[in-house]
Design a protein. Structure first.
Length: 73
């Protein structure tokens, strides 16, 4: 959503785009992490991806709960 300075909603994304944004962000950040890592840092990269994946799943669940709380889903 985008809000004006008065606090009114100007624009909302379609539901499919809003719910697909977190997996898309994870794919971009995860790909950048993999491409920027050196082969000798494989274990560290794997741990980072696992942490990032858990964080993104948690954020997706939080997003769904907040949307449901508003009664929009």
């Amino acid at each position: 959503m985008q809000w004006s300075l008065s606090g009114k909603v100007n624009w909302t994304a379609p539901r499919v785009i809003a719910l697909a944004s977190f997996p898309a962000i994870f794919a971009v950040i995860g790909s950048a992490l993999i491409l920027s890592s050196a082969p000798e840092q494989e274990q560290s990269t794997t741990r980072s991806l696992i942490f990032l994946g858990i964080a993104m799943i948690g954020l997706q669940i939080l997003h769904l709960k907040l949307v449901n709380k508003k009664g929009n889903i």
